[in-house]
Design a protein around this ligand. Structure first.
Ligand SMILES: [Zn+2]
Length: 86
């Protein structure tokens, strides 16, 4: 377990987190921080949308897989009471 996870650390690794490039322990810590921190949750939601759009344009045939991940990530975000901006 790593200590001292904070907003700065989370935002530095958010992109890798969205891409699932982090090790399991670290991404669990980030997830836990996201559950507690509205600011980071907002950043995460924005990052998700951005990644999804990029992948939509560049990923080609693996789009469906990314869509499934995107949806499951969105479910995670909404499961911690994230209110989407309209
Ligand atoms: Zn935070």
């Amino acid at each position: 377990m790593r200590n001292g996870i904070n907003c700065k650390l989370v935002s530095e690794h958010l992109s890798a987190f969205v891409d699932e490039e982090l090790d399991f322990d670290f991404s669990s810590e980030i997830k836990r921080h996201l559950c507690e921190c509205l600011d980071c949750r907002r950043k995460f939601a924005k990052m998700l949308k951005l990644h999804y759009l990029l992948k939509k344009y560049f990923a080609g045939e693996s789009l469906l897989e990314h869509k499934a991940k995107f949806v499951s990530n969105l479910k995670f975000v909404s499961s911690v009471d994230f209110v989407t901006q309209k």
